[in-house]
Structures are given as structure tokens and as C-alpha cells.
Design a protein around this ligand. Structure first.
Ligand SMILES: C[S@@+](CC[C@H](N)C(=O)[O-])C[C@H]1O[C@@H](n2cnc3c(N)ncnc32)[C@H](O)[C@@H]1O
Length: 280
């Protein structure tokens, strides 16, 4: 049945200023676990070391915005947020410090004929966010995970492998050598400080009562398991954001690595957290 016909049967509440969802659609997206969903258009992005999957971001955009609203991703990488934003008829702004990734985003949008209303900005999001004209309605993003790509095992996956996401890593690729790159901070505390500075700019641009989602997992810092998601929640609260909860984004298809075997327990991270915040 075409989507429009299905939608006609749904109940829409005129008081809903947040999104264009019916009560049923709204409810389904409030689950605290989501299974990450692949889509054919994701493949192009695997030239980037850590892309989102389009459908995961479409769901977030559908929940946190209405049609024609403005979505920002200050660490936009391969442009997945812009693809998702275009598919949901939202206006997208993506910023990335790496010129190659900006070109990748533009080509991706062009190939998919989704360029309309999507803007790719090359530069440091600390500076470029404050230069955005007007306000934004939603921010969804995922920063570099400190410097983990510089560890063994980081980098691009094997694109020749049929099941691309399960492919072994091709070798190490960092985002850039720029010292403003969050992935290039030797100290974890400097990574957190820089992330906070960028999110302060996002806070200023975000309209009142609107939301921001940060997608991140916990990871190891100097080989020690670190509660990065907790640290990000605290830094966002310091800025003034209200924490609205963490959704577990299950990534059950990832390969398993015997990190501690046969001596000690070392976990395989098979989920991300979608940390949701509100400016109120
Ligand atoms: C985890 S990746 C984002 C991937 C993206 N979600 C996607 O779907 O492709 C983080 C990105 O942040 C960028 N980055 C790091 N520091 C930055 C900064 N100061 N300003 C803008 N972009 C930055 C990196 O180049 C990298 O592409």
C-alpha cells in the first residue's frame, strides 16, 4: 500500500509542534533500543572510516523535526546526515574539516540527485557553526572518537568484501593531520574540551526547546575502558542542555575481535548510544 494511503488512516495531533508523526509513529520511535538498519545507498559512505547508516538518521530527523526545518551536522564526514535530511525534505547543513570528505558528500548528494537544500561547508566547525545564518532546528552528529583511528585496527573497511560492514580493515586512515581535528588530540581531556567548545556554538544556534543528538560509543583510552558517553552527557549538561536519555543502537553484524583472549575480559562494542538532549 502506498505510504500516503497508510498515513491517511493515522491520527495526527494538531498540537504536535515537534514533528509530523502520528501517535503510532511517535510511539514506535520512543523505544530505548534501535536495531541499526542498512540501506543500499550506505555503500558509498564506506570510503569514510566511520559513517552513519542513512535509515538510523532518517528516523531521528523524522522524530525531532518537521518538514522544511533545518538540520545541522558539525562533523558531517561522508554526508550521511545530508542524505537523510534530503530524503525527509529537511534543509541540511554539514560541516567537515577534511576537504576530501566534503567533496565526497557533494558527490554523494549529486549522484543521488539530492543536492537541493543541502549545504556542505568545508572548515572547522568551531568557527563555521557560529557563521551559519539564522537558527537551526536540530543537530545530529557523531564526533571522532578521540584518537582511536590512530590505534591498530582503525581505518577503512574492505570495500571488496560482499558484506562490506563485516569486512576487515584495509589499514589505518585518520580523518586529517589538522590540529583542530578532534581525532588528533593526544589527551582525552583535550578531545572533550574541543567537543564542548563546538557544542557551545551548536547550543547558541539551536532554537529554544529543540533537540540535539550525539551518537557515540564508549571506547578505550590508553587501553582502559572509558565511559565516553557519560563524559559527553556531563559536558553537554555543563553547557545547559538537558539530557533526555540514551537509545542503544544495536550493531549486531560487526566482527568480533579476541582482544583479551585467553587472559582477560575485554569487551567488543556492538552498539552505539544515541544521546538525546534538549535546549530548554
Ligand atoms: C565520526 S566522523 C563522522 C562521520 C559521519 N557521521 C558520516 O556519516 O560519514 C567525524 C568527522 O569529524 C570531522 N572533524 C574532526 N574535527 C573536526 C572539526 N574541528 N571541524 C569539523 N569537522 C571535524 C572528521 O573529519 C570526520 O569526518
Amino acid at each position: 500500500m502506498p505510504e500516503k494511503k497508510l498515513r491517511k488512516k493515522e491520527k495526527y495531533d494538531k498540537r504536535n509542534a515537534l514533528n509530523d508523526l502520528s501517535g503510532r509513529e511517535w510511539l514506535l520511535l520512543t523505544k530505548s533500543i534501535w536495531i541499526s538498519e542498512k540501506n543500499g545507498d550506505d555503500k558509498f559512505a564506506f570510503q569514510h572510516p566511520a559513517p552513519f547508516l542513512i535509515n538510523d538518521i532518517r528516523k531521528l530527523i523524522r522524530f525531532f523535526t518537521k518538514e522544511n526545518m533545518v538540520v545541522l551536522d558539525p562533523f558531517c564526514g561522508s554526508g550521511t546526515t545530508l542524505v537523510a535530511s534530503a530524503r525527509e525534505n529537511r534543509k541540511g547543513i554539514g560541516i567537515d574539516l577534511n576537504k576530501k570528505y566534503c567533496q565526497m558528500s557533494r558527490k554523494r548528494l549529486q549522484d543521488l540527485k539530492l543536492k537541493k537544500n543541502q549545504q556542505v561547508i568545508y572548515g572547522d566547525s568551531l568557527k563555521k557553526t557560529s557563521e551559519i545564518k539564522g537558527k537551526i532546528d536540530y543537530c545530529v552528529t557523531s564526533p571522532p572518537y578521540h584518537n582511536i583511528l590512530r590505534h591498530n585496527g582503525g581505518g577503512l573497511r574492505d570495500a571488496k568484501n560482499k558484506n562490506v560492514r563485516n569486512g576487515s580493515r584495509l589499514g589505518v586512515e585518520y580523518y586529517s593531520n589538522d590540529k583542530r581535528d578532534l581525532g588528533n588530540q593526544a589527551q582525552y581531556k583535550d578531545f572533550l574540551r574541543l567537543l564542548k567548545e563546538v557544542m557551545v556554538e551548536v547550543y547558541k544556534k539551536l532554537r529554544e526547546k529543540k533537540y540535539c543528538s550525539i551518537i557515540i560509543s564508549d571506547f578505550t583510552v590508553n587501553k582502559k575502558e572509558t565511559n565516553a558517553s557519560g563524559d559527553v552527557i556531563r559536558l553537554m549538561q555543563d553547557i545547559g542542555f538537558v539530557f533526555e536519555g540514551a537509545v542503544v543502537l544495536v550493531q549486531d553484524n560487526k566482527p568480533l575481535y579476541p582482544f583479551g583472549y585467553p587472559y582477560a575480559y575485554k569487551m567488543n562494542h556492538h552498539h552505539q548510544y544515541i544521546l538525546n538532549f534538549k535546549k530548554s
